[in-house]
Design a binder for this molecule. Structure first.
Ligand code: SF4
Ligand code: SF4
Length: 308
């Protein structure tokens, strides 16, 4: 089993379009959407949800008003200002309550309460799904707005993808990773077999790509690069190429700007399934290069690329 994780230094580089194109070329594959804060792999994979699971990511405090004596020790203990005054309970004129949006789930208030009036309860932060797609099974999720623990949810999505691959005897998992370099992308990269960075040709795009490449290397994950929309700014593309050489970062492909990519998105398909346009041709070359770099079995796309 091999997991290829497609990442980017920031959002909006075309990471998901590249992941979907690779899935179309490599199928059958297991898809995993590890971008749980802003998932969009489903827009191109059109999953049919088969199973839904609640995601319990952490705990949150709640005051049992009947037991509260209004001493205020909880509010004095909470470093996040999540405890505020509330109306009386018939015994005391004022009680306290937790603002669920402000509670960070540290649990400090629970031990501070002399009346044992605070319970610490698991919170449902989102949902996780197992689906079928035309490329193969898919593991994906959605974090509710404002909720945290996305790193833990990414871990669950990836573990499910591995279970699906074993269950369906599929040797390749393509993971649409989280953007940036924060906790979710660390969770996306942990023990993956290869990270492909999708970069855009701009100064900030280059810095973001090099930063996430450094992170992947720190995590001992083999990493390579492709430049998306490479002809939009040839000068920036040349700078990225030079940086890749300097950083010894394998540059596997240039993907040309192509309206067909957007048109394909509007049709909810990958550009590979849409038309054999310049971007589709470049993505086939990328897939062929990946099969070599990652030691994967070359499929039809590899042959197409060799003859194209
Ligand atoms: S669990 Fe922590 S953050 Fe939440 S209310 Fe209690 S002290 Fe504040
Ligand atoms: S510490 Fe307990 S009893 Fe005191 S105000 Fe807070 S919840 Fe109420």
């Amino acid at each position: 089993m091999f997991e290829l994780t497609v990442i980017s230094g920031k959002g909006g580089t075309g990471k998901t379009s590249v992941a979907a194109a690779l899935a179309a070329l490599a199928q059958p594959v297991v898809l995993a959407d590890a971008d749980v804060d802003a998932p969009d792999f489903h827009l191109l994979a059109s999953p049919q949800v088969q199973q839904t699971f609640e995601f319990v990511g952490g705990k949150r405090a709640r005051v049992l008003t009947d037991r509260c004596c209004g001493c205020g020790r909880c509010a004095a203990t909470c470093r996040f200002g999540a405890l505020g005054e509330a109306s009386g309970n018939g015994v005391v004129a004022m009680t306290y309550q937790v603002d669920p949006m402000a509670c960070e789930g540290c649990g400090a208030c629970v031990g501070a309460c002399p009346a044992e009036a605070i319970v610490f309860e698991p919170v449902v932060n989102g949902e996780r799904y197992i689906s079928t797609t035309r490329f193969g099974p898919m593991s994906h999720a959605r974090l509710y707005p404002g909720e945290e623990n996305s790193g833990k949810l990414v871990g669950e999505v990836r573990r499910e993808a591995q279970a699906l691959a074993a269950q369906h005897d599929i040797s390749l998992i393509i993971t649409d990773g989280s953007p940036g370099i924060g906790c979710p992308v660390i969770a996306s990269l942990t023990r993956t077999d290869h990270a492909l960075i999708v970069a855009e040709p701009s100064l900030s795009g280059m810095h973001d790509a090099l930063r996430v490449a450094g992170l992947a290397r720190q995590m001992k994950v083999p990493v390579s690069l492709c430049i998306n929309r490479c002809d939009v700014c040839p000068q920036a593309t040349a700078q990225l190429e030079a940086a890749a050489v300097q950083e010894d970062l394998p540059l596997l492909a240039h993907i040309r700007e192509d309206r067909a990519v957007v048109e394909a998105q509007q049709q909810a398909v990958s550009v590979i399934e849409y038309q054999l346009t310049p971007a589709a041709h470049d993505l086939r070359r990328l897939y062929a290069a990946l099969t070599e770099v990652c030691g994967l079995a070359a499929g039809d796309a590899h042959e197409d690329c060799r003859t194209g």
